[in-house]
Design a binder for this molecule. Sequence first.
Ligand code: NDP
Length: 483
Amino acid sequence: MRAQPEASHFIGGTWVEDRDGAVFESVHPATGEVIARLHEATPAVINRALEAAHGAQKDWAACPPVERGRILRRAAELLRARNRDLSVLETLDTGKPLQETLVADAASGADALEYFAGFAPTVTGQTIPLGRDMAYTLREPLGVCAGIGAWNYPIQIACWKAAPALAFGNAMVFKPSEVTPLSALALAEILVEAGLPAGLFNVIQGGGACGTALVSDPRVAKVSLTGSVPTGRKVYAMAGEGIKAVTMELGGKSPLIIFDDADLDNAVGAAMLANFYSAGQICSNGTRVFVHRDVKETFLEQLAARTGRIVLGDPLTETTQMGPLVSQAQMDRVLGYVDQGVAEGARLVCGGARHGETGAFVVPTVFADVRDDMVIAREEIFGPVMAVLDFESEAEVIARANATEYGLAAGVFTRDLARAHRVVAALEAGTCWINAYNLTPVEMPFGGVKASGVGRENGHAALEHYTRVKSVYLGLGDVDAPF
Ligand code: NDP
């Protein structure tokens, strides 16, 4: 399959190249092979994208919502029809195994397009009786939105931002991560094929500076970032300068709490999903696994046995369960954390090393006897490294689970549902799971609290973040003036 796109950018419904932009490469992390060469957006390209979006947005906002929805639904169908090709492209770019990309990436992007396609025509305002007079509200689009994506779920992130933005009448300029630039371009092409008017979804390439140029441009009304907390702080501050709306989907160090009455088979499976899916490169991962002291050793035995059976290898082979990390740099970072865990005295239960010599593979790793103050229990590793911590009481584990600057997600495993609800009510996290982990259907709002972010993607909540309310007071009698 050809990964090299026709050009680096997609603007105003067409491919755009500007060879003055610095060249960067997209690398398949399983082999180190260069799969595409692209140019970073120059100021002229960034300006062209913003002009295109600005020029197209007002007509789009005036388009009947049911028609906007019809186009998005057609795009969802195209994504599904081309799921295999898109999945191979995503696997080449990210290194995630085809077994995952076939079901989790373009597929969840299509779900978002379909969901917001149906949502668009249902959006209404309020009528507010005021005695003689009345008021009503209108839900208006914000205008031009900037989307900035991380590298772990490139097409899903692009769809989770584009679908609500477009459904509610906005235009978007999207900048994927430079590490995974390809699938957002495929999405842009599909949206145009589905009938989206030119200029409403534009993709430009580049690193942080390109993102900065978007965020600081006065034509941009809203910024939606998926990325790390340090980037989030910078982008939020910059957006604040322009008093712009923001959605910040940032990192986490989420707790997964396993009580002694939990179904251990399910709890082990969930802990593995929460740490090893996408080779651990998921923002909401439950990387601090708190296991009740009474079941800890049984839990660890089962966990080590099942982890040892994970099939690591060529991500393009469908039986492969875990591929490489996204890049050599990410692998080095993750292996650095593994060394630090060992140095700090955590017990290495399994893994802890690189796999092979060419790709960016890390063997799935479990540390036990982890203490709250260890670096591996405090910092987001973004790799297949699980930290298991013991606890004894409910109050103790809640306090320790919350003792972090992050607040993206949390999970609880117990057969006692009263306890499950009591515990999630006390957890400082934007998204919680009871006897499940990391399921993020589009119907459910997703996002963080504390340093993990502001705003929500998906569900009805997304309406708040891609529209604004206009209040209209309707005077139905004489004006009552004191002068
Ligand atoms: P980064 O924060 O490094 O980058 C995120 C995006 O922001 C990239 O497109 C990046 O460009 C861009 N960027 C970097 N600096 C700036 C800047 N100063 N101004 C504007 N844009 C900038 O995150 P990663 O790509 O490394 O992704 C991993 C992180 O994303 C993890 O922390 C993870 O938890 C988080 N994440 C959060 C999710 C959520 O929904 N809460 C979901 C997925 C990931 P470039 O990469 O090209 O330099």
